[in-house]
Design a protein around this ligand. Structure first.
Ligand SMILES: Cc1ncc(COP(=O)(O)O)c(C=O)c1O
Length: 359
């Protein structure tokens, strides 16, 4: 796909936020990327425009039937002032996997990355500099055709918006408390669990709300059929270190193909730490805990990179790991990945894409 990218710069630039209070996902940069799809014509009118509200027909299909997909990745500023993206091609690959499941037309991932680089370059000064901060990038596609009928839409809009964000947890890497969910399920095999689509997140809200009321920050989802096997945690994949081996649920069709998950597996293999992708039940985890063999557990995701798990509540059994402290392996992985992202450590894996400065 070769099409011209037009750029309309914002007339006035908005004030930059206080870097100490960025939070997550509430502040947006001056510009955004847009591109439309029309059946018979394909993707067209790629453009960078000032960040602004969009007008949609109330009958736009996304509002009624949820035909939408999204992605999440980050841009990092190095000490030398260079801007790095972490494995953006994996996000575009996953976006197309989600598109396939949701009957949304494929996008050209390379073209989208070129558009993203240009967008980041224009809003370069929005990338925060404080320790642990970054620029969160949210590509997404919505069905815009005005039609009340359950069918794949004939029109879509692809957009990229960006938000300067602080550390996901104020303390940086801090253990979280997890409630194992027995009643609600997030996804089932054959459903849309593997796709990054809004409905999966809407389906997760109720369980998450109940967990929060009990003072647990995230939910661990079990499989939708037997409520036995571990799927993932909130918006993270999950890993367990049992008796020296690291185990993570296999990509079984109902969990997300996490980019951080894939990176962690590569790192563990590189370090010669045994790692297995396989089905793992909550019974097995609890048994390991009771036998003193559950050494660590952690979630992986773009937002927090690594979230050590300090506690699980499963039925009435409370399992406290590592005295509620961050485990050694969690810390080592977190330090390595964040150092590569920030350019403080050599990228031996080909994970970094630099955003060039335009002349
Ligand atoms: C449901 C779910 N699982 C796992 C992840 C972690 O994926 P990644 O490492 O690509 O951010 C995310 C976040 O994108 C998610 O929403």
């Amino acid at each position: 796909m070769t099409q011209e990218l037009t750029v309309q710069l914002a007339g006035t630039k908005r004030e930059k936020p206080d870097q100490a209070n960025l939070g997550f996902g509430r502040i947006f940069t001056d510009h955004m990327f847009m591109m439309d799809y029309t059946e018979g014509q394909g993707w067209h009118d790629a453009r960078i425009v000032p960040y602004q509200p969009i007008a949609l027909d109330p009958s736009a299909m996304v509002f009624h039937y949820g035909q939408t997909v999204f992605e999440g990745m980050k841009a990092y500023l190095t000490k030398e002032g260079r801007v790095f993206l972490f494995r953006p091609e994996k996000n575009m690959e996953r976006l197309n996997r989600s598109n396939e499941r949701l009957c949304i037309p494929q996008i050209d991932g390379d073209y989208a990355i070129e558009g993203l680089k240009k967008l980041i370059d224009i809003d370069r000064e929005w990338i925060p500099t404080a320790e642990g901060t970054s620029l969160y990038v949210r590509p997404f596609i919505i069905a815009t055709e005005p039609f009340l009928g359950v069918a794949p839409a004939k029109n879509y809009t692809f957009m990229i918006i960006m938000s300067p964000v602080g550390l996901y947890y104020k303390e940086g890497i801090a253990p979280v408390k997890i409630l194992v969910e027995n009643d609600f399920v997030r996804a089932v095999k054959g459903g849309t669990g593997e796709a990054k689509t809004g409905g999966n997140y809407a389906a997760s809200l109720k369980g998450q709300e109940i967990a929060s009321e009990k003072n647990y920050s995230q939910v661990l989802w079990l499989d939708g059929v037997e409520r036995k096997y571990i799927e993932e945690v909130g918006s993270m994949n999950v890993f367990f270190k049992i008796d020296g081996e690291v185990i993570t649920p296999e990509l079984n069709g109902s969990i997300l193909h996490g980019v951080t998950r894939d990176s962690v597996i590569q790192l563990l293999k590189h370090w010669n730490i045994p790692v297995a992708e396989r089905r793992i039940s909550m019974d097995e985890v609890a048994e390991a805990y009771r036998n003193g063999k559950l050494e660590e557990a952690f979630g992986t995701g773009t937002a927090a990179i690594i979230s050590p798990i300090g506690e699980f509540l499963w039925n009435d059994e409370k399992m406290v790991l590592n005295g509620g402290k961050t485990g050694e392996l969690s810390k080592r992985i977190y330090d390595t990945i964040t150092s590569i992202q920030k350019g403080a450590q050599k990228d031996e894996f080909g994970w970094i894409t630099e955003v060039p400065v335009s002349k």
